[in-house]
Design a protein around this ligand. Structure first.
Ligand SMILES: [Zn+2]
Length: 244
């Protein structure tokens, strides 16, 4: 089970931030399900956690992890409505009934519809009831003192979002951006033009050192993708440096 533990402390250069060196926020990565989807567990010093994209057809591995670490999820954040990113929601909310499921509003109709969430194509039927909260782009969610902003990275799906914390210099991007690639758009609801525009406007505008946690595969940074991602390079080659 790969791990990418990360801690905020004074060594990360938050000299002017509101954080004391004692305040910590860790991110654990679990790779779950047949499509090897990244599920992220975000937690602080206490037992509260958020789960980003609970994957896995049975929630056993995720529930085991939460139980072993005495963590109790208060929010699920979905980056988008595809079946491999929502498959673990039913087991998670059964085990933690007060946990609120949050989905970008444009993708909310996908959750209870196996055709829209593409699980029917994989020969399974993934059904998640309507989210407790539909999120709007620009909305800010607080986890303790840490802000998470909902960014518009739609284009892989109709309403896909990323979750960005300036304080943690971290963004969860789902399937919008990958190390060296971008999300598929040749699927229902996909739009290559919209995805590339949103990546340029809302992700490439972040600081180079921003940690990018993807829906599949390894993590990367905004700077690395700006320099080396062929989709970004082609864009800048076509439009010139002012395109940034
Ligand atoms: Zn997807």
């Amino acid at each position: 089970m790969p791990s990418s533990g990360f801690a905020i402390d004074s060594s990360f250069g938050f000299r002017n931030s509101v954080f004391s060196p004692r305040k910590r926020m860790d991110i654990e990565t679990l790779i779950l399900g047949p499509l090897e989807t990244n599920t992220y567990v975000l937690h602080g010093d206490g037992g509260e956690c958020w789960v980003i994209d609970p994957a896995g057809m049975d929630g056993g591995q995720l529930l085991d992890y939460l139980q072993r670490n005495r963590l109790s999820p208060t929010r699920v954040l979905l980056t988008h409505g595809h079946g491999d990113h929502i498959a673990g929601v039913p087991d998670l909310t059964r085990a933690f009934p007060t946990c609120r499921v949050c989905c970008p509003e444009g993708d909310a109709p996908m959750l209870p519809d196996p055709n829209l969430n593409l699980s029917a194509l994989m020969g399974v039927s993934i059904l998640v009831s309507s989210p407790d909260e539909s999120l709007r782009f620009g909305q800010v969610l607080m986890f303790g003192q840490i802000e998470w902003t909902v960014l518009d990275t739609s284009g892989h799906t109709v309403g896909g979002a990323s979750y960005y914390s300036r304080q943690m210099k971290t963004v969860f991007v789902g399937d919008a951006l990958f190390s060296g690639s971008v999300g598929r758009t040749d699927i229902p609801g996909g739009s290559a033009g919209r995805l590339l525009k949103n990546i340029r406007l809302n992700l490439m505008s972040l600081d180079d050192e921003t940690r990018v946690l993807c829906g599949h595969g390894p993590e990367t940074t905004i700077g690395r993708e700006r320099r080396a991602n062929p989709f970004m390079k082609d864009f800048y080659k076509l439009k010139g440096p002012q395109a940034r």
